[in-house]
Design a protein around this ligand. Structure first.
Ligand code: NAD
Ligand code: MG
Length: 402
């Protein structure tokens, strides 16, 4: 960071913007801010379509600006905020403008590659960006990390695994690290048969055993594509080569990830499966907040299990590894195809096992090229989405359509 960072206090309130305030991460961030409202001044909050929830958050946080992505809903937003003094705006450009407003700290919690342009705008501020929106790093990792470097932004990982590694690395040098170990809960189908997975409904796929999350990341957790995206995320955040990032299934989601050092020591971060813990770490950074959510009771949990992932039933992990090894546009294509396939699965158009099949076909279908600019990323993203939609129409894939 170019300027020194201070933890938020009543004497020195932190100015914050929350991108994606109506989502699961957004709501947890609001909860934390409202635990000590005098320590924050909220500049902007954004959402895509849920006007009521956006207005409610803006009013509760006394934000200066509320932005709705779907511009057709702006009149509704204006009506809901009438008399509050809160500015209202709508549309994709307004989201980026809101993100570019100078603040100390931004929560980047839009879902999908749609968050890339606003997150890049927030990074342009050169302050602190708490990154939940992992798809940004997957689809534009080198570009985003160069922007972080150039602006002097403190990029604070919010994804629980990456936040765990960030904490474990606090007192370490990267050349002392042997490898990173990402833990994975295994999702709702950890012990399911392939046949049950073929028949899985959207309702079953989003029913995560440990975490309450948005629909897209819940499906990603069920396919293990989430862990694949996180592998790519970890590669960029911690400059770690792909072969040195392991995945370990840990069904209790208590150990959020580990760092293995060259001398054989392992450091881990533990906590309840509550995203308010990593969000609080990023919100208080470089200090720590006192929070009121339930703390971990290890005696009650009693045992922790670990196992290697089953790459046969969960091919998404290998697809992500291959895309990362290939580099260039491959991770962008992987992410875009996955977003289209997950939407199609949630809409009941394809089966659960078809998600990875669509992604695999898109990656096979086109030789990836280099991508160095935001426009190039967006172009590859659009091409991969179109290719994925063509594969959706080309049935049967591998699963059984319902
Ligand atoms: P969500 O679906 O609950 O919320 C998404 C938010 O993004 C909403 O506020 C929505 O209005 C906004 N949004 C959606 N589409 C948009 C668009 N096209 N343009 C602008 N805004 C848009 O998602 P979530 O579970 O909160 O996840 C948000 C991000 O955080 C994802 O990238 C996810 O992978 C990551 N993440 C989430 C969790 C979790 O526990 N929920 C954990 C780790 C990482
Ligand atoms: Mg995670």
């Amino acid at each position: 960071m170019r300027t020194e960072a201070f933890p938020p206090t009543e004497d020195r309130p932190r100015s914050v913007t929350i991108l994606g305030v109506t989502g699961s991460i957004g709501a947890s961030t609001v909860d934390l801010v409202l635990q000590a409202p005098a320590c924050y001044r909220v500049e902007a909050v954004t959402a895509q379509s849920r006007v009521d929830a956006l207005a409610e958050a803006a009013l509760a946080l006394r934000a200066r600006l509320a932005v709705i992505g779907e511009s057709g809903r702006l009149p509704d937003l204006r009506e809901r905020l009438a008399g509050s003094g809160i500015e209202a705006a709508g549309g994709a450009d307004a989201l980026v403008e809101a993100a570019a407003r100078p603040v100390d700290w931004t929560m980047a919690a839009i879902v999908g590659a749609a968050g890339l342009a606003p997150t890049m705008a927030a990074i342009g501020n050169g302050r602190m960006v708490a990154l939940a929106n992992k798809e940004c790093l997957v689809c534009a990792g080198p570009l985003l990390m160069r922007a972080v470097e150039a602006s002097g932004t403190a990029l604070l990982p919010v994804d629980s695994e990456h936040n765990a590694i960030f904490q474990c690395l606090a007192a370490a040098r990267l050349d002392e690290v042997d490898r990173l170990i990402l833990t994975a809960s295994g999702g709702p189908f950890r012990a399911a048969t392939l046949d049950a997975m073929r028949q899985a409904t959207p309702a079953e796929a989003v029913r995560h055993p440990n975490w309450r999350m948005g629909a897209k990341i819940s499906v990603d957790s069920a396919t293990l594509m989430n862990k694949g995206l996180e592998l790519i995320e970890a590669h960029h955040l911690f400059a770690m080569p792909e072969p040195l990032i392991e995945v370990l299934v840990h069904p209790q989601s208590v150990v959020h990830s580990l760092v293995a050092f060259k001398d054989g020591s392992l450091l881990a971060q533990l906590g309840p499966s509550d995203m308010r813990v990593p969000i609080a770490h990023a919100l208080g950074w470089p200090g720590r907040l006192r929070t009121d959510h339930p703390k971990l009771d290890l005696a009650a949990i009693a045992r922790l299990d670990f196992a290697p992932p089953d790459t046969g039933r969960f091919p998404a992990l290998a697809l992500a590894r291959a895309a990362l090894r290939q580099g260039g546009a491959a991770p962008t294509m992987l992410n875009a195809a996955n977003e289209v396939a997950v939407d199609a699965f949630l809409a009941g158009e394809i089966g659960f096992l078809d998600i990875a099949a669509v992604v695999g076909r898109v990656l096979d279908g086109e030789p990836p090229c280099r991508i160095d600019t935001l426009d190039a990323v967006l172009e590859v993203d659009a091409r991969a989405r179109a290719a994925a939609r063509r594969h959706l129409d080309h049935r049967p894939l591998v699963g059984t359509q319902r």
